[in-house]
Design a protein around this ligand. Sequence first.
Ligand code: SF4
Ligand code: SF4
Length: 363
Amino acid sequence: MKIIKPDIAFINEINRDTGFSLKSCMQCGTCSVVCDLSPKNKPFPRKEMFWASWGLKEKLMGDPDIWLCHQCGDCTTYCPRGVKPGDVLSSIRKICYYHYAKPKFLGTILKKPAYLPFVFAVPVLFLLLVLFFAGTYIIPEGDINYSTFLPHKYLNTSFSVLLLFVLWGVILSVRSFWNALDKHSSGIDKKSNLFKISISVIKEILIHENFKKCTTQKFRYPAHFLIFWGFMLLILTTILAIVNVLFFEYPFSIWHPFKVLGNIAGIMFLAGCCLVIFQRITNRKNNSIYTYTDWMFLISILIISISGFLTEFARLGNWRLAYHIYFFHLIFTWILIIYLPYTKFSHIIYRTLATIHARYTGR
Ligand code: SF4
Ligand code: SF4
């Protein structure tokens, strides 16, 4: 006999996030039928609704199917009980970030609005420390040159240290996640080739194949595509710029290839954010509820893209407030990096791994 121990806090958190009681689900299976991404064998999200209402947190933390969902909202639109299965899966994914992410204390302060000042305090203190070591905590006189305020040697070193710290956390989280997937799978399909599967999954993710199947939220595909590629190109530009300043003079001209690439990426990123916000405000069809962390993440990336452009304009126009804008931009950029394992951004990693694992095990 198997004794089931429901995790009541888990059930309550999902109910809070979705604004509905999981108990309202009558297990009709409509959600699984309308979902274009759900496979024929053991389809989702009906079974996840059942597990969630029983509080089976551990089982869901190792379930690859919650990551195969792309939150298109089609199931939520058709659910006869208004239980919002798409939002339930989104809430479970959010719980998953906190479940696996390390160190835990950063996740705790991010989760509650009351701790918002601490969320800002971490990057602000870190930046002040860098300025203190660089000895440049006074606003420089003369033409605007950000490297006189925060020398690149210090900026790049602190950025790399921060990135390594986050990467270390991500590696630990991903290892636990992969083990959980293993534990809940029925074993490896002997005929499958991990390398080939990984390549095909990555290709699928890069071209956003599955987002094209969303029918309720038409903007979801272009919005996600723009944010994804805007972010990737911004990362690439940052790496190129870091390497470049080791050898060449800073600041770059506006027509420097890295600047042009960075600006194109910034426009894509900003356009994607605006599309998501527009869709959230105007799409009342499936009546989705977005949580505090959902909004916080979206607003942060919107602020990063706007302040990024303002930083550039301020330098070109020699604005008096240029260094303040630059500092503000750095705070939000570092918030994004420091809290990456706890936010929606980490779904890039989890979804990729879960999809690879699902195919590798013959899901
Ligand atoms: S979530 Fe809605 S559509 Fe899905 S099984 Fe429950 S009641 Fe049916
Ligand atoms: S939100 Fe979309 S992808 Fe996710 S389970 Fe529902 S229908 Fe499927």
